[in-house]
Design a protein around this ligand. Structure first.
Ligand code: NAD
Length: 358
């Protein structure tokens, strides 16, 4: 089986590519534009595999996407390429509309044309797997303001996105459902909670806090820090995604979560406590915590009901929040070169080397 992964040089995409190469006998084509978030150094451990190929392509470029499909003949497309950072979407939404909506439309249309020409035997196995977020559902009641049972997001929760990022992802989910319903494209959607783990770009909360803590810098927390997110270790997510892409039922949606609802302040305090234990210094890391003005439109709580994927496909996360966070912190301590190259911008040199060879 050959799987085309879009956004395979990003945080989750690279975990998916590493998972496929290390745990299956499938081949992977990584189609990635290499924006600031794409980092080929995250794929150093698998780049030499004969089952791995890389194509530097923009998903908005229909001709290039068509060429990649015809040349590599994948039977599964896992679509992760996106602009993914909420704060950036607030500062400049244009790129998010372009990649997340127009890019997904372009990829869907090329996938549909490619799929329609496949032989009947391959056609029935073909899957277009769209990877999305739980942020499309908006936010849930917060325990500080709600008595009684707290609801969770499930696959039928109505869409109510709050940020330009989540609105663009919601749009892309709607496009995928429309292509499945109208054209019969065998598509699957997964909506997942917040990921964390190795190779995470240090603009996101957990890597930012780890690296700022190590550098003695302030640890910024939005508002009161009581926003609740459900956290999933990225390698657990990668395993869930490959399970869905290869065993999921076409036309279905699966929610993926970590059963780890945490307030942001708890997340930061837990990182500080682990660092106090494994990398002690004269002062406590928590003394670096500073509260900053809240993000506009900030959702207060996300939480996932991940029972469907457990019941139907047998997947559940292996890591607890504490075990995954400890692994993540150790990874950042042991892989200084990776994040130093990101902070200095040197990670972009890898792509220049690659481009020169082509
Ligand atoms: P990321 O920002 O780390 O990586 C995105 C990748 O897409 C990068 O390699 C980038 O170069 C590539 N890309 C961007 N625009 C492109 C374009 N026009 N053409 C081709 N490639 C392009 O993102 P991530 O955190 O790995 O997220 C991957 C997917 O998972 C996204 O669709 C995101 O919405 C979804 N998701 C993320 C989370 C999370 O916690 N990070 C949670 C749920 C769902």
């Amino acid at each position: 089986m050959k799987i085309l992964v879009t956004g395979g040089a990003g945080f989750i995409g690279s975990a998916v590519v590493r998972y496929i190469i290390n745990n299956t006998n499938y081949s992977v084509v990584n189609l990635d534009k290499l924006t600031y978030a794409g980092n080929l150094e995250s794929l150093n451990s698998v780049a030499e595999s004969e089952r791995y190929a890389f194509e530097q392509v923009d998903i908005c470029d229909a001709v290039a996407v068509n060429r990649v499909l015809e040349e590599h003949q994948p039977t599964v497309i896992m679509h992760l390429a996106a602009e993914s950072h909420v704060d950036r979407s607030i500062d400049g939404p244009g790129e998010f509309m372009q990649t997340n909506i127009i890019g997904t439309y372009t990829l869907l249309e090329q996938a549909r044309l490619y799929w329609s020409k496949l032989g009947e035997d391959v056609k029935s196995h073909f899957r277009f797997h769209h990877i999305s977020t739980d942020e499309v559902y908006g936010d849930l009641p917060h325990p500080d303001e709600h008595d009684g049972d707290l609801p969770l997001f499930h696959e039928q929760t109505p869409y109510a996105p709050s940020s330009p990022y989540s609105a663009s992802k919601a749009s892309s989910d709607h496009l995928v459902r429309a292509w499945a319903r109208t054209y019969g494209l065998p598509a699957i959607i997964t909506n997942c909670s917040n990921n964390y783990g190795p190779y995470h770009f240090p603009e996101k909360l957990i890597p930012l806090v780890i690296l700022n803590a190590l550098a003695g810098k302030p640890l910024p927390i939005y508002g009161k820090g009581n926003q609740i997110r459900d956290w999933l270790y990225v390698e657990d997510h990668a395993e869930a995604l490959v399970t869905v892409a290869t065993q999921g039922v076409a036309g279905e949606t699966y929610n993926i979560g970590g059963y780890n609802e945490k307030q942001n302040i708890e997340v930061v305090q837990t990182i500080c406590a682990i660092l106090d234990e494994i990398k002690p210094k004269e002062t406590m890391y928590r003394d670096q915590i500073t509260f900053v003005e809240d993000r506009p439109g900030h959702d207060m709580r996300y939480a996932i009901d991940a029972n469907k994927i457990k019941k139907e496909l047998g997947w559940e996360p292996k890591e607890t929040f504490e075990s995954g966070l400890r692994k993540t912190i150790l990874w950042y301590l042991e892989n200084e070169q990776w994040w130093k190259n990101v902070l200095s911008g040197d990670y972009k040199l890898e792509r220049l080397g690659k481009a020169e060879q082509e």
